[in-house]
Design a binder for this molecule. Structure first.
Ligand code: AMP
Ligand code: MG
Length: 308
């Protein structure tokens, strides 16, 4: 039987599907996974004043802030993705995110304001002390935002809880960042749909997946239109502006954290460099929809197995 529960966490919609003969075991697994999502949210949300991320953002310019190992590790992994993507992925993008304020304002900040904020963005000014597990800022006014990787990480952790509960077949979906284990009963895989970046509510493609994670970054998730131009939440840290090369990027990887981070990185890199970046990573495949709506696949085999 399939058991499915929905909720909210990480600022988005969560859906957990478990296939198991025992309803009791399925519900227990889902409950454990939901609790894990809330726990990760509480330590990694920049909106929660008591989170480790908020502590870093409040005090990181004054002193190095000791944080939980999993928070240190995700920041450490983020820096590695920044290095691999020439800084296109950058968790220190928070001052720009605040300036653009996609949650509230619908105005384009003037170039003077952007220029003022840009020196506060840059992963190279993060101070990471592995020995004490602490994080600080070399420049005042810096801040971190794990929004481009934490959903994926939360999916991975929730999957661990489901596996530990003895379930073999499940889907965890946190706002479109998905990881599947096993298969749908009677089938060899789970079918996972990816939204069309321009036809809202319509699927662009579907994939038949087993033991794989998939994440999508899109310019349709949080945006506003001003004077006919779309301004969205995925920012190019070099320009201080929304990245312009893509409508969406979908990445398949072993873990949802890697898929999530790589989708954002490739989005900012744009179709050409983004494809090269994805192809260079072992176990990673992807689909980039460029600004004109043209599809670019990392490998032909992936295109062949997708359902358009
Ligand atoms: P995603 O939907 O995974 O692509 O993540 C987008 C979110 O990550 C945004 O809402 C911001 O909070 C943050 N973000 C925006 N631009 C970047 C960037 N270049 N690198 C890392 N995080 C970013
Ligand atoms: Mg992401």
């Amino acid at each position: 039987m399939l058991y499915r529960e929905t909720g909210t966490a990480m600022g988005t919609v969560v859906e957990i599907t478990v296939a198991d003969a025992s309803e009791r075991k399925a519900r227990y697994a889902i409950g454990k996974a939901m609790a894990e999502l809330r726990r990760i949210d509480a330590s990694m949300s920049r909106h929660s004043p008591t989170s480790d991320v908020s502590r870093i953002n409040r005090e990181g310019a004054l002193r190095k802030v000791q944080v939980k190992k999993e928070v240190f590790d995700v920041i450490h992994d983020s820096v590695a993705i920044s290095e691999a993507s020439s800084g296109s992925f950058d968790v220190t993008v928070l001052p720009l995110v605040d300036l653009w304020g996609f949650d509230r304002e619908r105005v384009v900040p003037n170039s003077g304001l952007i220029a003022e904020v840009l020196p506060k963005v840059g992963y190279k000014n993060l101070v990471l002390d592995q020995k004490t597990g602490s994080v600080g800022f070399a420049v005042p006014g810096m801040g971190i935002d794990l929004g481009a990787i934490a959903k994926g990480l939360a999916v991975d952790r929730a999957v661990e809880k489901i596996v530990a509960s003895g379930v073999r077949d499940a889907i965890v979906d946190v706002g479109g960042d998905v990881r599947v284990i096993g298969a749908r009963p009677g089938k060899n895989s789970w079918r996972i749909g990816v939204l069309h970046p321009r036809r809202s509510g319509t699927l662009l493609v579907s994939f038949d997946l087993r033991d794989t994670a998939v994440a999508t970054s899109g310019d349709y998730e949080r945006f506003f239109i001003a004077d006919g131009v779309r301004y969205h939440h995925i920012l190019d840290p070099a320009a201080g502006q929304p990245a312009r090369g893509c409508q969406s990027v979908t990445v398949l990887a072993h873990t949802a954290a890697e898929a999530d981070a790589c989708a954002t990185a490739a989005f900012v890199l744009g179709p050409e460099k983004g494809l090269a970046f994805l192809r260079a990573r072992r176990g990673v495949r992807g689909l980039i929809v460029d600004a004109e709506g043209v599809l670019h696949w990392t490998d032909p085999a992936m295109a062949k197995t997708a359902h358009l």
